[in-house]
Structure formats: structure tokens, C-alpha cells
Design a protein around this ligand. Sequence first.
Ligand SMILES: [Fe+2]
Length: 362
Amino acid sequence: MSSDHSAREHGTEAGPDAADRSALAADLAALNLAIHQPSDPALFTRVPAPAMLPFHWRAAELEACLARIGEVLRLEPGGVRRTLRLTNPGLAFGTTPTLWASIQYILPGETASAHRHAASALRFIMKGEGASTTVGAETHAMNAGDLVLTPSWAFHDHVHRGEAPMVWLDVLDVSLVRSFDAVFFEASGVAERPVSAVPDRGFREHGSGIMAPPGEAPVANPVLLYPWRQAEAAILVAAALPPDSLRDTFLEYRNPASGGPALPTIGTALQRLRPGAELGAFRQTGSSVAYVVRGEGTSWIGGLRFDWGPGDFIAIPSWAAQRHANRSAVEDAWLFHASDAPALRSLGLWRETPCDTAEAGQ
Ligand SMILES: [Fe+2]
């Protein structure tokens, strides 16, 4: 390929041949073919140029909307869920280009009936007690702060036998799966799937994270439940280390059998910002959603400032400069993060770099 040809392909030359190119393009279009035109939107941007916008959803507004959908929407058999979707104003659908984050709201006595889908999912329990989820043939109680996984194509149903509404964060990689045209969905013939005689074997064998039965490690992640008390304990142990300059204390939920991410496509992590923490700025490829478990802080993302508190959500686009701070001098701030990082890593697209504070905003 000549350098001249290359320059044209990449749109760096307006050129004196505009009329000829235009005529050629018209002829080619009739055959469903095309050449690059200088007016085309940039394909090879120097750095990622996401349409997704940084965004902040506030707990008070979310809670009012959840109460309203609880009154208006009825759960129906066959897989319909009552969820409040976090829609990104820069996207036609989705919270990020790859992830849908929704808040699921389930009332006492209700069952979210069994179904399965190719999209992987996770639940991070925000509020409530008394619900349980069946994933495959395992059943686990869902309590505030727990992370529960729904791997791709695993049947799952949720039953709520508690006294008050249950609220949890759902994150699905459905937009990623859609981009591959790999969407499958199947409702189960029954609302609640049969459960194994030992309904939590995977957790009992592998849930400690540091020990496991002898023999070959399972191929799929044997752990579906990551209890809050274990995640919290892990963070507090790690918090005795000197803080990371960009993330303070930040631990990822892992598949204990492989050491890899808990889900193949969705990254999950818990972060503690110690009182007064003011972290450095960085950029990374991939998009994410953060949920404020507790505490009050400020994030600067792509030049915008977000002052957040408990129950808020923040969406962070790919390659946006970001930095985070705990506004309190005495209280911790804890964030749960869901991202598409494992998908990027497995495709060789993961990048991260520190950057100047001013690039994130101040
Ligand atoms: Fe589902």
C-alpha cells in the first residue's frame, strides 16, 4: 500500500479528486460497496471517543421512582422483572455501551419467575432481607451487601418471603452480547426451578476463597455468592496497607478456582476510600457503573463534578479522566463497581494510564 493510498484511506487528505470520488462512491453504493470519504465520521480516533456520558443518579430520586413502579407495575409469569433501568443520556439504550444497570424492586410474597439468558448478570443487594435466588440448582439467601452471580445461560428465579421490599442492583452485559448478535432467552416452564439436595455446595466447598477440595479445579466459577461479611473483611484487612494513590483500597471479586474474574465479561470490585482520601486521576478503557454503599464523596469524571452520597450511582465512560475523593474527614466511603474490564482484557483491549488532575476536573 502506497503512503498516498494510506493517507486517503485514513481521511487525512481532502484532495482535488472530490468530484471523481463522489461519482465513484455513488456507483459503488448501488452495489453495497463504499470507499472512505473525507466527510465520514472519524473511525480511527486517536483515543476512544465514547458517545456515553458521565452521569449521576441520586438515591432520593431513585427511591421515589422505585416506590412508584412498585405501585404501578405487577410482576407477570414468564420472566418479566420489575426494574428501574439506569439509562445513559448519551446512548440509545444501556447504562454503558456494554452494560445495563437496573434496580430490581420485589415486594413481599412475590416471585420473579425462572428464566435464563445468554447475557451474564450480577446482583448486588442494596436493601432488604428475606429473599432468595435460585441459580442453576443452587439457592442462596440475599442480604444487603451480598454479590450474587447469574452466569450466562443459567436458569434463575428470585423469591421474596420477607416483610419489606427488596432492592438490588442488576448488572447485565446485554449490550455487549447484542453487539455480537448472541442474544438468547428462554422462559422456564415453572416459576421456581428445582433445587439440589445440597443447595449451596459450591459455596461450601469454595466460598472461603483460600481453601478447596482436592482434585482438579472446576472449569466454571463454583461460587455464586460473595457474602458482604467476607468482602468487607477482605477490604478491612487490605486497608492496613499503604493506600494506592489512584484507588486507595480496591479489591476485585474473583473466581477462587481460577484466580480470574468472578464473571468472564463483567468486572466486580469493592473500594474503600479512607476518611479524607483524595486520589490521583487516571484513564482506563472500558465503561463502568459505581454504586455508593456508604459514605459521601466527590468524583470528577471527564471534567464534570459529582458529589455523591449513599445509594447514588455514577456511570463512567471509557477513557474519561476520573478521580475520586472522600469528602468526610471521619467516615469511610465504600463503592461497589461493575465494569466490562474482563471482556476488554480477554480481547487485548485493556489500557490504563495515570493523568493530570486537571483532566478529570477540579
Ligand atoms: Fe434474568
